[in-house]
Write a protein that binds this ligand. Structure first.
Ligand SMILES: Nc1nc2c(ncn2[C@@H]2O[C@H](COP(=O)(O)OP(=O)(O)OP(=O)(O)O)[C@@H](O)[C@H]2O)c(=O)[nH]1
Ligand SMILES: [Mg+2]
Length: 447
């Protein structure tokens, strides 16, 4: 692990050796993580990055690191292609390391190795499990699955779980069968019902390597040998999540961006929105609590070394280019309200969390559209595969979680826009909304 032991160096030494800063980008499936990582790197690699505060940037060699490399060049090339293409769905964790040379007047240069990590959102939803016993986890999951709206999809699994004798004995075949049914149910809830609050997250996005036996469990209510086997496996799973938080592989994230496609959730309707909101608040809650909890675990794991905690967490509503400027203000307020951040933390000094409305790759331009004789702030862009521009006004963005009245007038369609054509294949950066402000806030103490 190159540079691993150099991470904890204090500032004066930054002038001598590169300091390592790790920025995790996470968010629920399809939230826009890969596109944002591509845009963040393109922004940093462009000349005069962040108004000249960064003197030079280059992609670092991956060396002998353990994580797959995030293929920024390939993703940028497909966004810049004619016609442009969005990146494919990500199915593994990956990392991109950049070497930054920071410039400040009258000071010698400082080097920072900035590691950008594509951190699966599914894993974020494992954090709340650290606080739950197997019994609590099972009761919460089963109660949710038994709701009338989910019960039809969950029928096979519920029939299996309900058919188990109260004191079923520990039996590998039963454990396998139940686990298989539960895992495929999670996939269907994600892919068919569009749900996000799905746990355990590693059932949907497994860690690299072979699947250990303790991953083979499912929620149940029994009290016999099978239930206690499931509880032991659950505990082992939670232990693995806990140690991954402090492992050099995935842990040790200095800063985190949590992305949420709130406009997509508004469009998907009341239930999908409530689900996305629950997932985001669970993640936000777990991260808040992680601050103090991490202190303890990290100092135990590292003996006398100073504890490291997530220094800054940014919550960002993505794809904000679907709405015009006036609505983007509300989108920022909506994300802050859901993550329970005070409204003023937008970019205030010293805050540890803040909310943003961003578009990693801008696809539209704002314009005033006259609808039924009234001017509205709308956007227009080119829909994938079409030649002419499409105009769009999806509706008013609420500034907090919407009430019943909002859902009476559903949030209109969000066209699948294509990225604007990138000048110079993206070498000058990517047209975006708010990416520089987000980066500036995340790296404020370094710049
Ligand atoms: N209009 C607009 N659409 C975006 C933007 N960013 C992402 N999208 C859309 O959202 C889709 C998903 O983006 P990704 O970056 O692949 O999302 P992800 O979070 O990496 O998705 P998974 O890897 O599947 O979890 C893209 O294919 C685009 O259609 C943006 O800034 N503006
Ligand atoms: Mg992705």
């Amino acid at each position: 692990m190159p540079n691993w032991s150099l991470r904890r160096l204090h500032n004066p030494l930054d002038y001598v050796r590169p300091r390592v800063v790790r920025l995790g980008v996470t968010g629920l499936a399809r939230a826009g993580k890969t596109v944002l990582l591509t845009a963040l790197a393109a922004t940093l690699l462009a000349p005069e990055a962040l108004g000249g505060r960064i003197r030079r940037v280059r992609v670092a060699a991956s060396g002998a690191g353990p994580l797959p490399r995030f293929d920024q060049a390939r993703h940028l090339a497909s966004l810049a292609a004619d016609p442009p293409r969005w990146p494919e769905r990500t199915d593994q964790v990956s990392l991109l390391a950049l070497e930054l040379e920071l410039a400040a007047p009258l000071l010698p240069r400082r080097l920072v190795r900035l590691e950008l990590l594509d951190y699966p959102g599914e894993w974020l939803l494992d954090l709340p499990l650290l606080d739950q016993s197997y019994g609590e986890f099972s009761r919460a999951v089963l109660a949710r699955l038994e709701q009338p709206r989910l019960a039809p999809l969950a029928r096979d699994f519920l029939a299996f779980a309900g058919g188990l004798p109260e004191r079923a004995a520990a039996d590998e075949a039963l454990a396998e069968a139940g686990h298989g049914l539960y895992r495929s149910l999670l996939h269907r809830l994600r892919d068919e019902a569009g749900l996000s609050l799905l746990q355990p997250g590693r059932f949907l996005m497994p860690a690299p390597g072979a699947s250990p036996p303790w991953e083979r469990f499912f929620p149940s209510r029994g009290s016999g040998g099978l239930a206690s086997l499931m509880a032991r496996r659950y505990d082992a799973y939670v232990d693995a999540v806990r140690s991954s938080l402090v492992s050099p592989l995935f842990g040790d994230m200095d800063r985190l961006v949590v992305l949420a496609d709130l406009l997509g959730a508004l469009h998907a309707g009341a239930e999908a929105f409530a689900d996305a909101q629950a997932a985001l608040s669970a993640a936000a809650g777990a991260l808040r609590w992680r601050g103090s909890w991490m202190d303890t675990v990290a100092s135990l794991a590292r003996l006398q070394l100073p504890p490291r905690i997530v220094r800054r967490v940014a919550f960002a509503a993505t794809k904000a280019d679907h709405v015009a400027l006036r609505q983007r203000g509300n989108l920022g307020r909506l994300v802050r309200s859901i993550a329970q951040l005070p409204d003023e933390t937008m970019a205030s000094d010293g805050a540890r969390s803040a909310g943003f409305a961003i578009a990693a790759v801008r696809c539209t331009e704002d314009f005033v559209w006259t609808l039924d004789g009234h001017p509205v702030s709308a956007v227009r862009g080119r829909v994938l595969g079409e030649r002419q521009m499409t105009r769009s006004y999806p509706g008013e963005v609420p500034d907090r979680a919407p009430d019943a009245a909002f859902w009476a007038h559903p949030f209109l369609n969000l066209p699948a826009f294509e990225p604007v054509r990138l000048p110079q294949q993206g070498r000058l950066g990517v047209p975006n909304i708010g990416v520089e402000a987000l980066l500036g806030w995340l790296l404020e103490d370094l710049l």
